[in-house]
Design a protein around this ligand. Structure first.
Ligand SMILES: Nc1ncnc2c1ncn2[C@@H]1O[C@H](COP(=O)(O)OP(=O)(O)OP(=O)(O)O)[C@@H](O)[C@H]1O
Ligand SMILES: [Zn+2]
Length: 392
């Protein structure tokens, strides 16, 4: 057995004296390699504890750059690293914490074309991403490469954790979810909100599961841990079945081509990925923020309906706008229109809910009044029209 560098005895002494770790355990950690896909809310805390524990080699893979709105939960990034690639920013922080760990920085998205090549060098994969297509892709890749996948998810006050493709008959993500959820039911952190400590909790647990696997301390029982920050008790664990024979990825006769289009499989791109140009054809039913500005300044009588929840309306709002939350509007769209005020502009935070609301209004008042949703929502208003308008 190879000796550890002398300073490692001091650095890792507190965990080396634990039963089940000891000197051999620390050597296992040093020899281990893990890939963390996503250096955001889940990836940051996971990376932090994996690096602190002395994992030998860590791949950090994320194509995105740090933004101010990330700092509330993506705790490796700082005000100084806004604008840098998240993988680079995370590596900087980790380097100053533990310079001995080998860090591979990959500033690319994991996609079907590169997944196997990017992830093959690592023993264990961590899914710290935030979208369904990537979940399927990482699971299929983990199965193809025969590696455990430590998967985390978090939204609002809730989180989930599971280890897939592990142990004698451990299921994969597809065994649990053979078909993706309907596209319109899936929201992002930006749309739904996320409590920072929730991603911190799940990310830490992802690091824990990973370390247990490396040390041989994992009992291999397939389970789904559900965390509800406001629940009593906050943690519940559901035992999962073994892998399904019929699973297209890990079952008896696997049938997932490596050329699969995961975004299409999951119902197409998320609304905020669609470029403005693609929504043409209905251009006259949609307004750019500049059009709304001109309409407000022209002094014509118009109606601005803000369909965000009241909590968000309370944070900031356009002058003269009325708050009718999407749910209430959908219950009785006709009631929301003031007769005589035309046109009606519908706004929300990012420009997704306003499209749904505008469609519902149009279906009720066909031809009578022009209803336009505001493209890009209040975020676009802030970026393009009024920088003093808060972005959140
Ligand atoms: N296929 C992928 N390859 C690499 N990284 C990915 C992939 N899909 C998602 N990610 C990354 O996973 C991370 C998820 O973290 P999180 O949801 O906390 O961040 P975010 O996307 O910046 O959040 P927000 O929704 O507030 O903008 C993001 O940094 C995102 O870039
Ligand atoms: Zn499966």
């Amino acid at each position: 057995m190879s000796a550890l560098p002398l300073l490692d005895y001091q650095r890792y002494g507190r965990q080396m004296i634990l039963d089940g770790i000891g000197f051999p355990g620390q050597v296992k950690l040093r020899k281990a390699s893990v890939a963390v896909v996503g250096a955001g809310g889940l990836g940051c805390p996971a990376l932090q504890y994996l690096c602190a524990a002395g994992i030998g080699r860590i791949g950090i893979i994320d194509h995105d750059r740090v933004e101010l709105s990330n700092l509330q939960r993506q705790i490796l990034h700082t005000e100084e690293t806004i604008g840098l690639h998240k993988a680079e920013s995370a590596a900087r922080a980790l380097k100053s914490m533990n310079s001995d760990v080998l860090l591979d920085v990959q500033t690319v998205a994991v996609v079907a074309d590169n997944a196997r090549e990017l992830l093959a060098p690592y023993d264990i994969l961590l899914d710290c991403t935030d979208n369904v297509p990537t979940r399927y892709l990482l699971s299929d890749t983990a199965v193809a490469l025969g590696k455990p996948l430590v998967s985390g998810a978090a939204q609002k006050f809730e989180g989930q954790l599971s280890v897939f493709n592990y142990g004698a008959n451990g299921p994969c993500y597809r065994c649990l979810y053979p078909t993706p959820p309907p596209r319109e039911t899936v929201g992002s952190c930006a749309e739904l909100g996320i409590f920072g400590v929730v991603t911190g909790t799940i990310g830490n647990l992802q690091a824990l599961e990973t370390i247990k696997i490396i040390l041989g301390l994992h009992d291999e029982t397939p389970a789904l841990l559900i965390f509800s920050a406001l629940g009593t008790p906050p943690f519940r664990s559901i035992k999962l079945r073994s892998k399904k024979e019929s699973c297209l990825a890990c079952g008896k006769s696997p049938r997932i081509p490596s050329s699969t289009d995961y975004v299409q499989f999951c119902g197409g791109p998320a609304p905020d990925w669609v470029s403005l140009g693609q929504s043409s054809g209905k251009a006259n039913q949609r307004a750019k923020v500049e059009e709304l500005r001109q309409a407000i300044e022209s002094g014509v009588e118009l109606s601005i309906i803000d369909v965000r929840p009241p909590t968000e309306f309370g944070i900031c709002q356009l002058p003269g706008s009325r708050n009718i939350p999407l749910k209430a509007l959908l219950e009785d769209p006709k009631k929301c229109i003031d007769s005589g005020t035309e046109p009606v502009y519908v706004v929300c935070r990012l420009g997704n809910d306003s499209q749904i609301a505008a469609k519902a209004l149009r279906s009720q008042i066909e031809g009578e009044i022009t209803v336009k949703d505001v493209i890009g929502g209040l975020q676009a208003w802030s970026k393009e029209i009024d920088p003093s308008f808060p972005i959140y």
